[in-house]
Design a protein around this ligand. Structure first.
Ligand code: ADP
Length: 411
């Protein structure tokens, strides 16, 4: 390969040491503008190689600065440079998709081809900046340039839309998470005010009636009994709320333990029904317990199952409005035990039915506004049911009532 190199020290404006080769020295002198530009690039930490124009048709002169104050002018045979240095690069870029040629711009003579260019199909030609006088032609294999552009455009568009969709999805999830956080903060603050209210009311009543007794103002036995009952009712309401909060905090801390044993559900539900019968009767409710003669045994924590059923009965009482009818039912269905609590109360709109099992959640419409609660009862019940590998279901229609169903696998 024909190469001739001249690597020299460049002293400011003077080419003092360019002595060795008169021809190259002349070339450098003719291209001082290019050389100065390359030095300026070098000062900005940018290295570039520039072709230097000369009269020779076959020799390519390349100039570059390689360290401070030093540059190199290299002369190479254009054809050999194309064959040895440029062609492997072109091969690897073109792969099987393009036909690439390098030709002389003036004579049109082909210097190099990846494979023969097909005549009659469009070919794009551009001058090679590195090798003045030569041009490169590109022709896509098997496709026209327009087809290739169309294909590239459509694949780019697809990538763009997929990317845009991903961005929209990310924005949507971020928005949903932020909205959930805000809702949770709101729900927690409602919870604090609900609980404070729930605690204040029974405490105020208990203290008022206790003071009345203390001052000896209650004269008749009948009044005394009435006030004792109020104090006892309010005390159990207080302990009910405190128990719910304790139970909830145990669950949140992951410290709630269940003690599983074989449990006779007939007996358990019957005992809850007995406890509530009198209480509900006093409140003016018609209360029925539909039991079954079949023996129903499940593997369960007795206390927890009672708690779950009591929560459902408490809710049925709270959300019954004027239709005071509650039905408790125990049945065996397939391989499951089913406990149902049905009321004819205010019901729950469809869109709220999934949310009511979330902690702190309280439905926000109608009568519920006036009904006290913490929003914990159903989330506790669901936790208990889940721990027993059971299912909790609700069927409800606003204005007609609700049926909550606890389904447990039989032992
Ligand atoms: P709380 O009753 O303390 O508000 P729960 O977790 O027990 O909390 O219930 C969550 C919500 O579900 C209640 O606020 C109420 O809107 C609704 N709900 C629960 N049980 C019933 C029911 N039997 N009838 C109508 N709505 C109910």
């Amino acid at each position: 390969m024909y190469t001739n190199q001249l690597c020299l020290k460049f002293d400011k404006d003077e080419l003092t040491s360019v002595k060795e080769n008169g021809k190259l020295k002349k070339l450098v002198e003719e291209n001082m503008g290019v050389l100065n530009k390359l030095f300026r690039y070098r000062d900005s930490d940018f290295m570039k190689i520039e072709p230097v124009y000369s009269e020779s048709k076959d020799v390519l002169h390349l100039m570059f600065v390689f360290s401070e104050g030093k540059f190199c002018l290299m002369s190479v045979d254009k054809r050999i440079f194309v064959e040895i240095t440029i062609s492997p690069k072109i091969q690897s870029v073109a792969r099987d998709q393009f036909l690439v040629s390098i030709s002389d711009s003036l004579s049109g003579e082909e210097i190099y081809q990846t494979s023969p260019i097909e005549t009659g199909r469009q070919i794009i030609r551009k001058n090679l900046w590195l090798i003045p006088g030569y041009q490169m032609g590109i022709q896509p294999k098997e496709q026209t340039v327009a087809e290739l552009v169309e294909k590239r455009t459509s694949s780019n568009l697809i990538i763009f839309f997929v990317f845009a969709l991903m961005m929209i999805a990310v924005a949507f999830f971020a928005y949903r998470n932020i909205r959930k956080e805000i809702e949770l903060a709101q729900i927690k603050s409602d919870f604090v005010s609900n609980v404070s209210h729930e605690l204040r009311t029974p405490l105020a009543l208990i203290s008022m009636f206790a003071e009345t007794f203390e001052m000896g103002r209650v004269k008749t036995e009948e009044k005394k009994n009435e006030y004792y009952k109020i104090i006892s009712d309010e005390t159990s309401r207080l302990s009910n709320i405190v128990n719910k909060i304790l139970s909830f905090s145990q669950i949140e801390a992951g410290k709630r333990n269940y003690h599983f044993k074989e449990v006779d559900l007939n007996r358990l539900v019957q005992s809850v029904a007995n406890t509530y019968k009198f209480h509900l009767g006093n409140k003016g409710f018609e209360f029925n317990f539909d039991k079954t003669d079949e023996k129903i045994f499940i593997n369960a924590d007795k206390e927890a199952i009672s708690e779950a059923v009591i929560n459902l009965i408490d809710n049925a009482v709270k959300y019954s409005g004027d239709s005071k009818m509650i039905r408790l039912r125990l049945t065996k269905r397939d391989n499951n035990a089913v406990i149902e609590v049905e009321d004819k109360g205010i019901g729950i709109p469809k869109d709220e039915q999934k949310k009511i099992f979330e902690k702190f959640y309280r439905a926000s419409r109608g009568l519920i506004h006036d009904t006290k609660g913490t929003g914990l009862g159903l989330s506790l019940t669901k936790h208990i049911v889940d721990a027993h590998k059971g299912i909790i279901e609700v069927e409800s229609e606003p204005g007609k009532g609700s049926t909550f169903r606890l389904i447990f696998p039989l032992k």
